[in-house]
Structure formats: structure tokens, C-alpha cells
Design a protein. Structure first.
Length: 301
């Protein structure tokens, strides 16, 4: 496929690998946050490159809401088997059973917000000094405020006004007892960069990203997947459509795109032509104008 700059992608790759190695050198017990989505898959791919031929020296951490796409979990387990990686899974259901959070009810109920408590508990339990995330600055305005090294206080909370300068790629990972960092090696990547890199490096991704037939329904202009735990309104009807995921998360909030993109080339062309942001189809981001920033301040990814 023509039209992409290999040198640009290799520069982004080199920068991300540098950040990943900095994490391994500066922190005890880092972990890579893994969702099964394209960004975390690329990040794991980069981590494998960073330490090749040795294995990645830290585990992956998946916060499982219990409302994931089956394809995501199958891909995760197969990827670990193929690469010899270690993935620690923590379940939101356990957090609910322990009485630490209350499950939402109603038509727009989602476990996506509940992930925060499960994640912070995992960080404390596993004594994680730095959690690498796949967030990119182009995704959403709250994420545009992030540094590569994002400081979190002893409560796991993020203060956008209390972030450290990062001049000349010098990263300050000093922290007090109980504090930790979220680190975003893909900060300078765009959605298009991710797709072109996946194409260039032949990175394996879940089939959810390619067009497939699925039972869906439309809610407030967003196509959502039908599932046993999804509660439909009277005016919502289940239909079978050709759809694909542009971003993968909890089924309750992952908007699906009507598409006929069956190849990576098709996805890249579709991404270049769209005028809707990547998270424009995420139903949880529609709760309020500051939904993402509020969740990040509470300790979200």
C-alpha cells in the first residue's frame, strides 16, 4: 500500500521503545495495561521488540469487566500462548462481590466506570510502580493533557496541573511511597499511525476490527452490539448489520461502525476519509462533556 511514511513510523517506534525501556530501568514492578484493543496490542508488540530476544520483563494486566467481546478474550489468551507472555487478569465482578462498588442499573448501565476501583486495587495489591497504557493524545481532549510519565498520587488520582516537565526526553520517575505512574509510550501516535504501523509490521489484531455480521441496535445514533446483559428500550430493535469495531472496550459502550472494510488497506482508507473522531462512537463518553477527564482524575486509565 502506498501513501505512508516508513521513516515517520520508525521514528515513532524508536521513541516508544525508548520510553518502554526507561520504565523498565526506573521502576520496580511495572505492568502493561492490556485491553485487547489495537493500541495495547501495538504497545505489547513494541515491548517485545524493546527486549528481544529476551521476553518482556513485566506482565500484562487486564481489567476484565465481565462484559467483554468473546473475540477479545480469545485473542488475549492466544497471544499470550504464542508469545510466552504473562497476563494477570483482575475482575470487576470480584470488586462488585466485595461490596466496593455498586453495579449500575437501567438502560445505560455500564461497568466501564467500575473498572477504576478494580484497577487501583490491582496497582496496590501487585505493588505496581508504573502502569503502561495505550492512550494517545489525539484520542480525546483530556488525554491531550497527558505527559509520557503521568504522575498519580497515593489515591491513584491524576492532577493535570501537577505534571512534570519532559524536556529533551528526560523523564522523572521519582515518587513517594504509595504513589505510582501511568506511562503512555504511544502519546505522539495518531489513529492513522497505529493502523499504518499494524499494516507495515504485520501485527496480528482481533477479527472484531474487520467487517463482520453482528446483531446490533441503534441508541442515540450509536450502533451497539446486542448481548444478554444489554437492556433494550421499547423503540429499539435488534438488526443484523455489517459492522466493525474502531475501538474495543466493554460491549455496553463500544460503538460499532457500519463498514465493509475487510482488509487493513480498507481500514486505512476508511480512517482517512472519516470525519468522526475515534471515540465519537464510545457511548460512555457521551455521559457528559467532561466524562473522560472526570474518570481520569478518579484513577481511570
Amino acid at each position: 500500500m502506498d501513501g505512508y511514511n516508513i521513516n515517520h513510523l520508525r521514528e515513532l517506534e524508536s521513541e516508544s521503545i525508548f520510553v518502554i525501556r526507561e520504565v523498565a530501568s526506573q521502576f520496580e514492578k511495572p505492568a502493561l495495561l492490556f485491553s485487547g484493543g489495537k493500541d495495547s496490542i501495538v504497545m505489547y508488540h513494541l515491548a517485545r521488540k524493546a527486549f528481544w530476544p529476551a521476553r518482556v520483563p513485566f506482565p500484562l494486566l487486564h481489567i476484565d469487566t465481565g462484559h467483554n467481546f468473546t473475540e477479545t478474550l480469545e485473542f488475549r489468551d492466544d497471544l499470550m500462548k504464542r508469545t510466552g507472555g504473562t497476563c494477570i487478569v483482575k475482575y470487576v465482578q470480584d470488586t462488585i462481590d466485595q461490596g466496593k462498588v455498586v453495579e449500575e442499573t437501567g438502560y445505560n448501565a455500564s461497568r466501564n466506570v467500575l473498572q477504576t476501583v478494580t484497577l487501583l486495587d490491582a496497582v496496590e495489591e501487585l505493588k505496581i510502580g508504573a502502569a503502561l497504557g495505550g492512550g494517545r493524545r489525539d484520542e480525546e481532549k483530556a488525554r491531550a493533557k497527558e505527559r509520557f510519565f503521568s504522575h498519580r498520587d497515593e489515591f491513584g488520582q491524576w492532577d493535570p496541573k501537577n505534571q512534570r516537565p519532559e524536556l529533551w526526553n528526560i523523564f522523572n520517575g521519582q515518587k513517594k511511597m504509595g504513589e505510582h505512574f501511568r506511562v503512555f509510550p504511544l502519546s505522539n501516535w495518531t489513529e492513522m499511525d497505529i493502523w499504518q504501523y499494524i499494516y507495515m509490521d504485520n501485527v496480528d489484531i482481533p477479527r472484531l476490527y474487520f467487517t463482520h455480521k453482528r446483531e446490533v441496535f441503534n441508541r442515540d445514533g450509536v450502533w451497539l452490539a446486542n448481548a444478554p446483559f444489554m437492556k433494550l428500550k421499547k423503540n429499539e430493535n435488534v438488526e443484523v448489520k455489517d459492522v466493525r469495531c474502531r475501538t474495543i472496550g466493554d460491549i455496553t459502550c463500544t460503538g460499532l461502525t457500519l463498514s465493509r472494510a475487510n482488509t487493513l488497506e480498507d481500514i486505512i482508507k476508511e480512517t482517512a476519509a472519516t470525519r468522526i473522531t475515534e471515540r465519537g462512537g464510545r457511548y460512555d463518553d457521551k455521559r457528559s462533556e467532561a466524562a473522560m477527564e472526570d474518570r481520569k482524575k478518579e484513577g481511570y486509565f
